[in-house]
Design a protein around this ligand. Sequence first.
Ligand code: 13P
Length: 247
Amino acid sequence: MSQRYYIVGNWKMNGMRAALSEARAIDRAAQRLPKVEVAIAPPVTLIAAMREGLTGTGVGAQNCHHAEKGAHTGDLSAPMLREAGADFVIVGHSERRADHHETNEQVKAKAEAAQAVDMGVILCVGESEAERDSGEAEEVVARQLAASLPDTAQRLSVAYEPIWAIGTGRVPQVSDVAAMHKRLRTVLTDKYGDEGADVRILYGGSVKGENAEELLAVAEVGGALVGGASLTADGFVPIIAAAAEQD
Ligand code: 13P
């Protein structure tokens, strides 16, 4: 596998137009470090402006509806997001699974809706703290991934995000990240054969400039999905730089 590291900022429900200057500063760094594939998923309200203003950075959405159109007040379809300038969609984030009761089946359908209009997909999975403590994390996350995967690996990435590591400043042991990513790789090759070997598996959960080098060096970690630290260039650029320094 000789793909570039994929470093993605998930801005969640953060960012007014004033934040576009941070995105531009991130973009300038991304242009200096072409070894790394950099992307930002801002709130939908900023997608078009980012698409227009950034040249070295991918722009994506944080969710989509699985249907192409219809009576779904307040929702946005993959074709709409694509037209607005999004090139990829994050699906199945634990905050959406929790806040909006999204099921594995819905996550799979959303991923397939994005693929149908040739958008990239970042499919998120991860265990709760209780599942980690009970020693079932790998089993639970492998099952969750298998049930959420779209039918093809077209433009697919996976993000392993332990729920207890999101926004907490806590990260798993490097050995636990290695074991989980190895297990998820098996799920991917079982489903897609050789193509499953090329799906990048990102790590997410309290990634910062200080821990990025160690996490990105783990076998089968193909990038990072970054929340809080991606909101400013000062927070995000050191993570991009850490990816550029990996062999
Ligand atoms: P934090 O980097 O803020 O922990 O968020 C991780 C995340 O949920 C990215 O999708």
